[in-house]
Design a protein around this ligand. Structure first.
Ligand code: PAF
Length: 280
């Protein structure tokens, strides 16, 4: 496995693989990899000849008061993990390599970004769409793999690829959880032991939501209300949002009806965690 930092190096390697008739996968990440990322790399490896993992903490997708500076980083550990899973290349650029002086082109989406995380993180999806489209242009993968934990991000990227005719197959992979249910996230490392226990309210509420639907709840507003009440039983939790939206348009819906995404963002102390379930 190689680790490179320049766009030129990635292009040369990918070109040589494609010339040899090999298929190429991209797993875009911000590093501090966990088993959620691992599941994407494993699936990419099964379905393609070569796997590129990008590790780039993208400044453009962080708001002014967000955790860009403190976002966890450990390239050495990430490299060993990628190698153990059979990745072929890590692309780890410096911010200046991705955003040269005078950089002024952005990919901005007018739909899908207005709800859920887009409301509380207004610049976030413009940063995600811009960096992901740049990565698609740099690597030119046949397939790209994203986690369903960021369900809105996945829907937005699929929409962007369709709108801009980018020749890549976008593949979503299921949420990976800790043994006790907490969705794996690089941000879980911010939690104190007490907060880590409190954070279980997210996955417990997801389970409650699934059960309410299985038991026949048809009113999406009632479903959301009951889920919110459950989160409020945890004193350390502060709700950013809990919403039931159409899984394709991200618009709120009144009825429990597939395709539906029930998503939440909840602060545990200062850490903002997300979780969801999909009715497909
Ligand atoms: O999901 C992430 O880790 C990031 O948003 C992504 C897709 C790597 C873009 O920076």
């Amino acid at each position: 496995m190689q680790i490179v930092g320049t766009i030129k190096e990635v292009r040369e390697l990918v070109k040589s693989w494609k010339k040899a008739g090999e298929t190429v996968a991209l797993v875009p990440t911000m590093g501090y990899l966990h088993e959620g990322h691992g599941s994407l790399i494993e699936k990419a490896k099964k379905e393609n000849d070569k796997v590129v993992v990008s590790i780039f903490v993208n400044p453009m997708q962080f708001g002014p008061n967000e955790d860009l500076a403190s976002y966890p980083r450990d390239l050495e550990k990430d490299s060993a993990y990628c190698q153990s899973l059979g990745a072929d290349l890590i692309f780890h650029p410096e911010p200046e390599e991705m955003y040269h002086e005078g950089f002024s082109s952005y990919v901005d989406m007018s739909v899908l970004t207005e709800e859920l995380c887009g409301l509380s993180r207004p610049v976030h999806f413009r940063g995600v769409c811009t960096v992901v489209s740049k990565l698609f242009h740099i690597v030119q993968p046949d397939r790209a793999y994203f986690g369903e934990k960021d369900a809105q991000q996945l829907a937005i990227i699929k929409h962007m690829v369709d709108d801009l005719n980018i020749d890549v197959e976008v593949i979503g992979c299921p949420i990976v959880r800790e043994d006790d249910g907490l969705a794996k996230s690089s941000r879980n490392t911010y939690l104190s032991p007490e907060e880590r226990k409190a954070a279980l309210i997210l996955s417990k509420t997801i389970e409650l939501g699934k059960k309410l639907v299985a038991d026949g709840e048809t009113d999406a507003e009632k479903l959301v209300q009951k889920m919110k009440e459950n989160i409020e039983t945890e004193p350390m939790a502060r709700i950013d949002y809990v919403k039931a939206v159409n899984g394709l348009t991200m618009q709120q819906q009144k009825e429990v009806k597939a395709p539906m995404l029930v998503a939440m963002a909840v602060y545990i102390g200062k850490t903002r965690l997300i979780d969801n379930f999909i009715l497909s």
